[in-house]
Design a protein around this ligand. Sequence first.
Ligand code: CTP
Length: 392
Amino acid sequence: MAGKRILLIIGGGIAAYKSLELIRELRRGGASVTPVLTKGGTEFITPLSASALSESKAYTHLFDLTDEAEMGHIQLSRSADLLVVCPATADLLAKMAAGMADDLATTLLLATDTPVLAAPAMNVRMWQHPATQANVALLRQRGVTVLEPDVGPMACGEFGPGRLPEVTAIAAAIGAQFADGPLKGRHILVTAGPTHEPIDPVRYIANRSSGKQGFALAAALAALGARVTLVAGPVNLPTPPGVTRIDIETAREMAAAVEAALPADAAILVAAVADWAVAPRTSKIKKGASGPPKLELSENPDILAGLARHPRRPKLVVGFAAETDDVIPNAQAKLAKKGVDLIVANDVSGEVMGGDRNLVHLVTASGVQSLPETTKANVARQLAARIAELLA
Ligand code: CTP
């Protein structure tokens, strides 16, 4: 981030004090920081602290701008390389989603086409409220990078998602915004992990997918400069720096999240999507004299095949295929049947899913490239490089 100009909007939340630490971290990385505090922000920290640490004027009011007559607010936001909102409160996210501009911070956010990254921090119920979730989904759809908050104990005594991510993680996500590489300017969609198909409110059908390969791929694509949206099934893995993650549970939710993330230049569907959903039951099935319950299954949508035929089809559509026998012929058949550009055939004859290594063959209409067995991180780097070539 050396030499980059960051406009840091500090919202009014208890986590505002951490924005001071963020200023130091960004300056250590060689960036310059101009702080803007909302009225709420000034209740938690002073403009003087923000100004002293950034060695820049800290702005608070629209009419702070000496050259307001020349639309100084527009100048201020357009001269930045990135706008960072930290902490992004529920109120700020709502105003951003609605396009409100009733103070300096929201005016700057509306008056710019500079990329925006928001690091949310709020009470767990405010974060989980459907209004906030809808605002976040809308902002992400518009290209704003909204980081996932951390899970943990909160200042208000509750526990859950809503804590500001670690300052080093926010700085890494900011650094990733400036990543330069062959995929700079590209939006790439990745799915990862299993899906869970509920049987009743306490039980579900799942598979052994760990999500490791998909997460490694998302990280490798971001490292090459791509803007990555990662639609993740239930897994216990940290979000790679700079990647926008959308958590889902079922195949149908994954299909909807993929649709909402379009348009994309490429889509790589690594997820092990459940082929069937169970007819939903609203109450827990009890053991009874009538013996084990009969589960009525219905077929889930094939997200990969649907995307390959989609009116807004990404230029490059890539699928994975886990095979134990006839690995390459099966992958070639799948390539043709689903209408995709590349199938990564995953040889799972040696071990069950979930390990750290992988043996894959890259199958396209023009031939097969077999990679030696290696770590999932290495597979991800090689595959990301191949995707960059195919998109070039
Ligand atoms: N896939 C999908 N939606 C589904 C099922 C699979 O998008 N409902 C995607 C996976 O993400 C993966 C590829 O399709 O990229 C795997 O294809 P699939 O036909 O499910 O492969 P297998 O499970 O290996 O198929 P089969 O059981 O027929 O061998």
